[in-house]
Design a protein around this ligand. Sequence first.
Ligand code: IPM
Ligand code: MG
Length: 355
Amino acid sequence: MKKYKIALIKGDGIGPEIIDEAVKVLDAIAPKFDIEFEYEELLMGGIAYDITGDPLPSETVSKSLGSDAVLFGAIGGEKWDNLPREKRPESGLLRFRKELGVYANLRPAVVYDELVNASSLKPEVVKGVDLMVVRELIGGIYFGEPKGRDEDKGYNTMVYTRSEIERIAHQAFAIAMKRNKKVCSVDKANVLDVSQLWRDVVTEVASQYPEVELSHMYVDNAAMQLIRDPKQFDVILTGNIFGDILSDEASMLSGSIGLLPSASTGDKVGVYEPIHGSAPDIAGQGIANPIATISSASMMLRFALGEIEAADKIDSAIKQALAEGYRTQDLAAYDAKEVCSTSEMGSIIANYAAK
Ligand code: IPM
Ligand code: MG
């Protein structure tokens, strides 16, 4: 029997509902693969602020570091938007990423065949899309110094060091080796000095991966190409803020932001979370789509725990649920045979996964 300690951070808004469904699916597959999960719930985000006065209590960091993986829901909401910056849920999240050292954020965008009609783009443009955005997560303009603002001036600094670029580039090339062996590095090297260094270092790292085809693209063109012909991409390697923007854009290829998972990894413990936010407007109604979170649990099994078969099992259970026409509200208009609630969708996937 293999035992894994999973830190659960449910967070705010729909976070608790979707994490509960992912746990349901994990528990459903556990006996099949001779696994035991031990969960520990930790506070973060608005709820952590309400209870402790800090959006990221130190215990959340220490206990996360002591776990095998972190499964994360979502944080934030209007209620906390007017707090001073360091008390806001988002500041807690950024500190959390930094403390855990999760520099590599992997955001796949996959179009399920069953949902080609759900995309706002034409089916022939999106059918078969399967790309991975590899976003640098703990550097760049999000963290660069100097930064600040006064009455008349606000400023942030985009900084990357050679070693920061090297380590994220290695991740992207290693991932590409397991996929279609193509990396497109996205930057703004026609304008930014930091991007010129980025481009040079990525090109150097590429020489260690002769089988991988490297291309470079300016970020404005990449934003356009993602809509024009998303199938040209395999792995997109980019910095923090470009990756933030492009991964939201890529997510819409799939039809619903409620479908896509992510992994944030570094040299310590990894964080697995849906790419969508806390959606306070629909919280507590039982209509959120739990698939992104269930799929994040699958990424956790695959990347953090090495439980590949269990991960495959969950992925095929998700596909089966979609193929059978089960849809949550967000996808009700697309070939739905039955519209189901958050927890019904969790149970359906759990049942398929347990078979
Ligand atoms: C994301 C989010 C975060 C980010 C926010 C909530 C701080 O947009 O994970 O993409 O900008 O990184
Ligand atoms: Mg974002």
